[in-house]
Ligand binder design. Structure first.
Ligand SMILES: CC(C)(COP(=O)(O)OP(=O)(O)OC[C@H]1O[C@@H](n2cnc3c(N)ncnc32)[C@H](O)[C@@H]1OP(=O)(O)O)[C@@H](O)C(=O)NCCC(=O)NCCS
Length: 176
């Protein structure tokens, strides 16, 4: 997502701060190049065809925003990435390119909260959020439906599967 030129929907915090989502010790922030190895590890735990660290770096270099929820400092001072979401802005639309929650953080409301926190940060001139999801991905489809997305269409045989066959992508959108 390009830097917003207008104010965010939620005026409680600036897009650069990490003060949202304080419960469970998770903080919202933006990833940078030093996070890309950790993002790739998270992707390997979440996707059958994960992005590599260099793909995350290319994504950031192209102007996409990678939002992350970081866990509280551990004993060695690290800040585990519990969840991430890459978004891209084009005119008055935002596309969600990647969403992943680490396995140990799933089914605790983390994915839903990450997306709601991001949506509250979007500039007021964003009219619609778009995404594509594997037809077989029931958890993600349920998450998006719960957030109010509707299914608009289908791309036949869009995604490769681990067994070499292909599956459809569902096109979903949320009008803000
Ligand atoms: C999909 C994913 C992001 C959900 O993250 P999460 O933090 O576990 O989701 P939440 O706990 O916020 O759940 C919110 C809602 O999503 C739905 N949901 C989440 N996981 C689900 C599951 N395993 N089965 C069915 N529904 C599920 C439910 O509607 C849930 O609401 P509820 O808890 O009131 O039932 C996570 O499972 C994940 O990272 N999966 C692998 C990567 C992926 O598929 N990314 C999406 C690509 S488009």
């Amino acid at each position: 997502m390009n830097p917003p030129s207008s104010k965010p929907r939620s005026s409680t915090t600036s897009p650069e701060t990490t003060s949202l989502a304080p419960d469970e010790g998770l903080c919202l922030g933006k990833a940078n190049n030093s996070d890309c190895d950790a993002l790739a590890a998270l992707a390997r735990s979440a996707h059958s065809h994960p992005w590599s660290a260099s793909q995350y770096r290319d994504s950031l270099a192209s102007g996409h925003t990678c939002w992350v929820l970081r866990a509280a400092d551990d004993e060695v001072g690290g800040r585990e990435i519990a969840a991430c979401c890459v978004v891209s802005r084009l005119f008055d639309e935002v596309e969600i390119l990647d969403v992943a929650v680490a396995p140990q953080w799933r089914r605790q409301g983390v994915g839903g909260r990450l997306l709601e926190d991001i949506f509250s940060q979007l500039p007021e001139d964003i009219a619609r959020i778009l995404l594509e999801v594997r037809a077989s991905n029931r958890p993600a489809r349920a998450l998006y439906r719960k957030l109010g997305f509707s299914e608009d269409g289908r791309r036949k045989n869009y995604y490769p599967k681990p067994d070499g066959s292909r599956e459809d992508a569902l096109l979903m959108s949320l009008v803000l």
